[in-house]
Design a protein around this ligand. Structure first.
Ligand code: NAD
Ligand code: ZN
Ligand code: ZN
Length: 370
């Protein structure tokens, strides 16, 4: 049965997000319809807006960090039932690509997607969904394997953060580039993703966690999340400062650096602050023309002589069906901070204000609560 709801839509390049009436069709085979309870506002939603939809067809339902209750199940869905609490995964492995076929679903090339089931009520236009989710909406439809069941005691207005920011950051440090116990870590950018990298580095047993940001409030929060050193990149050169903090008779540097800003210069910095043989991981979402310049051959700092590695993190290389319940369990045991990540609870009408806060204010995550 088709139902009625509301969603925050991007309707045209350059236009602000607007709340519109939508209709949501019944889920197709192997799909589920979800009544959204809460959705985090991730920087990637703002990036999709700033990049004029980033190639997606308008209208676009924003949002990809959602949690809610199963509202209807499609044909063939046996592992979920109406009323189950779930977190939505935007990278549920496709089971068919070369990575999935070789038994490495964390490196899946694509992700399972639902059919288009959401329409703008005004004109029946079919909507795209950011990252196959579209969670700034009262209801959405996702592939059934992208809905991951949560324990009943898990609060959904915090569980939603697992879907992107938390799994991306924690997964960067545990899956993409597993941090070795006792190693030195630097994190550039302490928003929702970067603070989650800090948490991942704590879980991995890093000895030093150097948090870098341009906002003093973010740095204070980073300390609460487990950073051992704080660097304000507006006041000092972060590369020199990281080398100074880690000075060990070999020019210092960290074994692992993580970029979580989306700024190309920060990826360059991440590579330049590595100790010999270290690995930088870039997480931020680039624009099409973004590029970095790397020297290979300088004897002191060149990538070749420093034997520097670079990895790219997509959603923490997650296997959601495995990882989301583990993260929920860590939260329920007090070993993963989620309460502290929710800076503001907002309504669906406040998406544009949340974007503005993200760029200017002191906010880790704004969470839309329905
Ligand atoms: N690869 C993925 O799977 C994935 C997943 C989620 C988000 N992202 C991307 O990761 C990035 C971070 O996302 P977020 O939601 O945490 O964003 P955010 O806006 O909450 O955080 C970004 C942080 O970077 C800081 N910053 C800005 N300029 C800086 C500089 N020059 N040096 C150091 N810090 C600086 C800001 O003060 C802010 O604290 C975005 O580009 C987002 O699109 C990627
Ligand atoms: Zn995200
Ligand atoms: Zn795959």
């Amino acid at each position: 049965m088709t139902i009625h709801g509301k969603a925050a839509l991007l309707e045209a390049p350059g236009a602000p997000a607007v709340v519109r009436d939508i209709t949501i069709d019944a889920p197709g085979p192997n799909e589920v319809r979800v009544q959204i309870v809460a959705s985090g506002v991730c920087h990637t939603d703002l990036t999709v807006k700033n990049l004029n939809g980033n190639g997606m067809a308008f209208p676009i339902v924003l949002g990809h960090e959602g949690a809610g209750y199963i509202d209807a199940v499609g044909e063939g869905v046996t592992h979920l039932a109406v009323g189950d609490p779930v977190v939505l995964a935007y990278r549920a492995p496709c089971e068919q690509c070369p990575a999935c076929r070789r038994g490495d679903p964390r490196r899946c090339y694509v992700a399972l997607r639902p059919g288009q089931r959401i329409r703008r009520a005004d004109d029946n236009a079919l909507c795209s969904q950011v990252l196959r989710c579209g969670t700034f909406a009262t209801h959405t439809v996702v592939h059934a394997k992208a809905a991951i069941k949560m324990p009943s005691e898990m609060p959904l207005d915090r569980a939603c953060l697992l879907a992107c920011g938390v799994i991306t950051g924690v997964g960067a440090a545990l899956n993409t580039t597993p941090v070795l116990r006792g190693s030195r870590v630097a994190v550039i950018g302490c928003g929702g993703v970067g603070l989650s990298v800090v948490q991942g580095a704590v879980l991995a047993g890093a000895s030093e966690i150097i948090a870098i940001d341009v906002n003093p409030t973010k740095l204070r929060w980073a300390k609460d999340f487990g950073a051992t050193h704080l660097v304000n990149a507006r006041e000092v050169d972060p590369v020199a400062e990281v080398r100074r903090i880690t000075e060990d008779g070999y020019d210092g540097g960290v074994e692992y650096s993580f970029e979580a800003t989306g700024i190309p210069l920060c990826t360059e910095q991440a590579i330049k602050m590595l100790a010999y043989g270290g690995t930088a991981t870039t997480i931020g979402f680039p624009a099409q023309d973004d590029a970095v310049t790397l020297n290979l051959g300088d004897m002191a700092t060149g990538v070749y002589w420093n034997k520097a590695g670079l990895r790219v993190c997509h959603c923490g290389d997650t296997l959601p069906s495995n990882d989301f319940p583990i993260l929920a369990d860590l939260y329920l045991k007090g070993q993963l901070k989620l309460d502290e990540m929710v800076t503001r609870r907002i309504g669906l009408d406040d998406v544009e204000a949340a974007f503005h806060e993200m760029e200017t204010g002191d906010v880790i995550r704004s969470v839309i609560v329905f």
